[in-house]
Design a protein around this ligand. Structure first.
Ligand code: OXD
Ligand code: MN
Length: 591
């Protein structure tokens, strides 16, 4: 491995502060993987699963207070508070370095310090970025080995230059009072302490590939987004690539790995998975927007995953997977709520306590996770690691909304699409600590991940659009609308391909739609329902645009925009005012 001098010096500096037992430079080799896995098993960090039934699979149980991202402890440390914006917690960089820096003194005593060079994006791509993570957690190293291209490949990509993002992580005392996830975008640096949870500790993911990358994207003319990327192959044999932005735990992994329902599979449809969580998007020389998955693995929510909901994920996680916080059955296999097998009579829950179907609490934590190599997914696209990425035809923005938002509708222009994305709101899930089911605005599904002032970020989106002569079409979707009985109206999962069919049709100037005051809504018969039991009355409910609901929505948007003051781009306010006018007109026509 060709280690840049600046990296060597930085590691020495950190080792002098954190005083580890010894320093281990990770090269990503198979030998190293076997050694670190054995070490993790010996220290109880990993529990080997039944190696005959689940080769290469292990279980990790986290500290019970460390099971999700800690958004309230996540900070953007820019010179001015304004640069971070009201969407972020902010700490002055000097104060952060003093206050949180003190927590690193002697913190690795008695533990090894691992140096993990990693590459976000395919080797050889001019768009890939290199990070180096220092960590005292072998669990983090083993996860990073799945989620990124780790070791020599990353340093080789540097070709001796020192253009890498410094990522410093320590488990600290796993004390929520001493837990911080800090980003210094102006210095290309990340500090995390006090948590081993994926989104807080695998620093290549949310911290680098979204928060720091969104900042870099603003400087360099690209976008880092919380999006899946998939390809829909039509019976004609052409493949249309679509990105999908959804808040955490709203089904991005399921959608990315969608299996066409029998009627559509027979007709010749196929779905290819390019990525399930993060997309880096760049205008190409051809005027199109190109998307690249910077990750090499999936860190997905386990509960609810089954052969019915996501057979591709089930196959992807059958081998070489790290499970975190699921239940352990007596035969050394794992189980969770929503698994295909019935509840086990006796198992150990995610905390290792005896569990039976009569137990009051779930066996797996609701945010239990799998970490699995992307290449193991049966639907992985042949282009998933292409250095240029894939050209995007459509972008969909989805959220969890029981009411108000129709199954799907299309923006009239790029500017209108940016506005639709900026006003995304969703009911909260277990992926972040805090209350579940509360409606919050989550623009572009990036609220927890945008590394700078969100209103400036909307401006950057508008600017990107100006560089695209063949911009993707933008859509809002909502699989989660419920009827009077509280049940979902739309069957979801594989059937979502029917919505994607309409989306793709619209991109090629087909697909029936009605222009409403919120955008183009499909007509009742525009979405193919052959083979599913969704009667006309239900379709009407799914597509209904209610004037009174939208009057409330406009008011709530107004309050949200006010938080960002003068940073909100004029074009976004124009769209907001135009919507308010159209809703008022619709109400008048109704009266
Ligand atoms: C994730 C998240 O882990 O969004 O992908 O929380
Ligand atoms: Mn995510």
């Amino acid at each position: 491995m060709q280690i840049p001098e600046s990296a060597r010096r930085w590691v020495e500096e950190i080792a002098a502060i954190t005083t580890p037992d010894h320093v281990v430079w990770c090269d990503g080799s198979a030998e190293e993987h076997a050694r670190l896995t054995a070490e993790a098993v010996k220290t109880g960090v990993l529990i080997p699963l039944n190696q005959e039934r689940m080769p290469g699979c292990y279980l990790h149980r986290s500290h019970p207070n460390d099971v999700a991202r800690s958004e309230h402890l996540t900070f953007i440390c820019t010179a001015t508070k304004d640069a971070a914006g009201p969407n972020n917690n902010w700490m002055d960089p000097g104060e952060a370095r003093t206050k949180v820096g003190a927590l690193y003194t002697g913190v690795m005593k008695g533990r090894p310090l691992y140096v993990v060079p990693f590459l976000m994006g395919p080797p050889g791509s001019p768009f890939s970025k290199v990070g180096i993570e220092i960590t005292d957690s072998v669990y983090v190293v083993l996860n990073m080995r799945i989620m990124t291209r780790m070791g020599a490949v990353a340093l080789d990509h540097l070709k001796g230059r020192d253009h890498f993002i410094r990522c410093l992580h320590s488990l600290g005392e796993l004390d929520p009072e001493k837990r911080f996830i800090l980003h210094f975008p102006e210095d290309n640096e990340i500090w995390s302490i006090g948590s081993g949870y994926g989104g807080n500790a695998l620093l290549g993911k949310k911290c680098l590939a979204l928060r720091i990358a969104s900042w870099l994207g603003k400087q360099e003319g690209w976008l880092a987004e919380h999006m899946l990327i998939l390809g829909v192959q039509t019976p004609a044999g052409d493949t249309h690539y679509v990105t999908g932005a959804f808040p955490s735990a709203c089904g991005k992994t399921n959608l990315a790995m969608l299996v066409p329902p029998p009627e559509l599979a027979e007709a010749g449809y196929k779905v290819w998975t390019v990525g399930d969580d993060i997309a880096w998007l760049r205008p190409g020389a051809d005027g199109r927007l190109w998307a690249l998955n910077p990750e090499a693995g999936f860190f997905g929510v386990v509960p609810g995953t089954s052969m019915k909901t996501n057979p591709n994920a089930m196959r992807a996680i059958a081998t070489n997977t790290i499970y975190t916080n699921v239940a352990l059955r007596s035969d050394g296999t794992v189980w969770w709520e929503g698994h295909d097998d019935p509840s086990p009579d006796d198992a150990l829950d995610w905390q290792g306590r005896p569990w039976s179907p009569t137990s009051a609490e779930p066996a797996a934590h609701p945010n239990a996770r799998f970490t699995a190599p992307a290449a193991q997914c049966p639907s992985i696209s042949p282009l998933w690691a292409d250095p240029n990425g894939v050209p995007i035809d459509a972008m969909i923005f989805g959220a969890r909304r029981q009411r108000v938002v129709p199954l799907v509708y299309q923006a009239t222009t790029w500017q209108h699409g940016v506005f639709l994305a900026a006003t995304l709101a969703s009911e909260t899930t277990a992926a972040a600590a805090g209350k579940v089911g509360v409606l919050r605005r989550d623009p572009m599904a990036m609220l927890p991940f945008c590394g700078y002032n969100m209103a400036d970020y909307w401006g950057h989106w508008l600017e990107i659009g100006a560089h695209l002569s063949k911009a993707p079409k933008i859509f809002r979707v909502n699989w989660f609308r419920t009827g009077g009985n509280g049940k979902f109206l739309w069957p979801g999962f594989g059937e979502n391909l029917r919505v994607l069919q309409w989306v793709i049709d619209r991109c090629s100037g087909k697909g029936e739609a009605e222009r409403t005051f919120i955008g183009y809504v499909p007509t009742r018969r525009a979405i193919d329902r052959q083979g599913i039991d969704v009667p006309d009355t239900v379709m009407d409910q799914l597509l209904h645009v209610d004037r009174i609901d939208w009057l409330d929505a406009v008011e709530s948007q107004q309050l949200f925009f006010e938080k960002f003051g003068a940073h909100v781009p004029g074009a976004i306010m124009e769209e907001h005012e135009a919507l308010a006018r159209r809703v008022a007109e619709a109400l008048q026509n109704f009266e």
